[in-house]
Write a protein that binds this ligand. Sequence first.
Ligand code: B12
Ligand code: SF4
Ligand code: SF4
Length: 289
Amino acid sequence: MTMTLAKIEEFVRGKIDEPTGGNYVPEDIAISPECVSLKMFDAPLVGAASCGDKMWVKLREEGIIGSHFILPNEWLPDAVSVISIFFPLTERVSKSCADTPAWPSPEWLHARTEGEEFIFEVTLALADELSRTGHPSLVPPKDARFKSVRHLGSNPEMPGLSYTSVWSERHVAYVCGLGTFSLSKGLITKRGGAGRFGSVITPLDLPPTEREYSGVYDYCVMCGACVRVCPAQAITLKGGKDHSICALFGDETKKKFNPRYGCGKCQVGMPCQSRAPGKNGRPKAAPAS
Ligand code: B12
Ligand code: SF4
Ligand code: SF4
């Protein structure tokens, strides 16, 4: 069976809906009784781009990502396409986060930690499925070459760099037609910004998803609602988000909720939580039948 983008979406949705799968918090690790069986993510958004897209090379420019960004064909020489997947948080996770303005809610902590593990589980399973059907594929953040710097100059393997990585999932999603950046620096998709991303690089030839935007911040309306909710005052209308302030607040949450952490107040209860409020952000009307 050849995988199409629609089949890939169906595959991911199947994993998301599996009641005994990793998208539901099991009793033995639940932070509180209310978190038992919590569903973390809803139906995904999936996009694709060709490895030949000129935008990949553009990402290596200083001020965008930089020369440390590893190109799709450097990860996997035979690759033809990149698949980006947005996993939107369920309304319950987002609401719980918005309802606890000072600290992360238990639901958010699960979605940050177990949610990330689940996304790796799904993207690795998708890569296996593509490999099984003749297209050996790769998940960059699970490859030994993946590196990131999550604190100011904190990674000796990436000297002189801060708050970056060799494979930025938001930039990948941007190239794959899923959405644009925002004042708070999160990526806003047509299902909003409250969620996480995963990706797979594959030799499968997939039709590229149209980028329905030309500006890097098209889907953000610069309303400033995220400025007002940030508990660390990390965001300003003039300067956007200060990564250092945000990262230090993340450390505070880790001291309190170790081993989990997180914040994400700038992604919930906002006009951009579950939709793209900006230019061209509305889903296209279905063709009349
Ligand atoms: C390092 C890191 C952090 C750092 C710094 C983040 C950063 N740089 O944005 C810290 C610790 C502060 C952080 C915090 C959080 N993070 Co974080 N983090 C990452 C990580 C590991 C790497 C990010 C990276 O590579 N950045 C690269 C640099 C270059 O990005 P940048 O400076 O923002 O890029 C700007 C320029 O490129 C500029 N630009 C200028 N000219 C041009 C031209 C073009 C054409 C383009 C495209 C761009 C562009 O636009 C961009 C935005 O301004 C990713 C995982 C991954 N592998 O991607 C997760 C990730 C970004 N984090 C994520 C999340 C959810 C969070 C938190 C909410 C924590 C939590 N879960 O509770 C907070 C808040 C983030 C926020 N407000 O956006 C999600 C984002 C989801 C989303 N909807 O966007 C990611 C993608 C993880 C995931 N797998 O989903 N994070
Ligand atoms: S809350 Fe408003 S300013 Fe902040 S990211 Fe969302 S749309 Fe942009
Ligand atoms: S994640 Fe929290 S600290 Fe960081 S910018 Fe968003 S609201 Fe502020």
